[in-house]
Design a protein around this ligand. Sequence first.
Ligand code: S3P
Length: 424
Amino acid sequence: MIIHKAKRCSGELTVPGDKSISHRAVMFGSLAEGTTEITNFLQGADCLSTIDCFRRMGIEIDNTPERILIRGRGLHGLKAPSDILDAGNSGTTTRLISGILSAQPFETTLTGDSSIQKRPMRRIIEPLSMMGADITSVKGNDCAPLHITGAPLHGIHYRSKIASAQVKSAILLAGLYADGATQVTEPVLSRNHSEIMLKRFGASVHTEGTTAVIEPEPVLTGQKIDVPGDISSAAFFIAAGLLVSGAEILIRNVGINPTRNGILKAAEAMGGSISYLNVREDGEPTADLLVKHSALHGTTIEGDIIPTLIDELPIINIMAACASGTTIIRNAEELRAKESNRIDIMTDYLSAMGCDITGTNDGMIIHGGRPLHGTRIDPHMDHRIAMSFAIAGLAADGETEIADDAIVNVSYPGFYEELQRLTR
Ligand code: S3P
């Protein structure tokens, strides 16, 4: 895709459904009794991988553009798949399903694409093994493919070194099948969609500070879930609205769960003008966001806010490159464990565009305000890298070329079309 400097950026849009919530709706609906109906489901490649895995385990899932219908078979209704399960590019699918598979009365092998096969799985192998799971990395490198043989599980209290909703959720899902309560304590609270939605399906889950506790063997009951728009997808258009001269964008129906809304706080700390309209709540809070072009300045992003904007740090880097002054990002070493090594890739390509950026062990230091010029970006199988540099291209001189047009389909099918509609 070729991106040119934008002369305008205005209009209204609705971003696709939240990726994290869409995955969970399919998983919990499959484990519930009765029918689950999901509207505004994200038809992105990652969530389709989750659907495919549950279909392979005997769950009937009817996917139409209007809604997903899942005929749940209850906590103990999954069937042994006849083949390997393929999570594609999706870390959420891989890690959360591992928690469920650890307790099933059958064996499975779970794999994914070449990016997934490089991502760390020790973080789930360790706690699930402590619960009694028989889970191994087939190649012995702590990555997928994983071989999982279901086993009786014990409730544990796991103290995680990292704030990770994928790790927390894998343990909580295994905890549905344990012989007693299961607790997960995180250093900082990570996104809490699993806790919110499991409770809605009928599980007994509660939270004390950064500890989530789940009781085993609930009866989960099918639900109607209307998925809010994904704030991680909205983030690209928030940045476009803030950066392009004269821009004004209204983004409708965006999830603003406090464990996910760090991008809004960071943008405001940088001087961005974002108004919340029509704030409402149905389990997950949502709002319409009105974003106006703003003169941004640098800020420091560190500590407890990091998990609430972890997926948005690549686009925050682009905002920082265009802001005046210095932006410092710390405590974000998890960026190295995402779909790509986002510290190295952001540093390399932003430097190539003319930005003064230095990568550190756990973040980056950006001296913003230098003019950016276009270059060719290889997203390294990372959808958020592709979309972040597409937005950088709106602010850069010359042509910015983003390779691998299809990678954005992982989380945002139609992203480039929307970008063109609002900027042409
Ligand atoms: C996710 C959790 C986060 C996030 C990912 C989605 C989830 O990962 O980066 O895009 O749906 O639970 P970690 O749990 O590895 O931080």
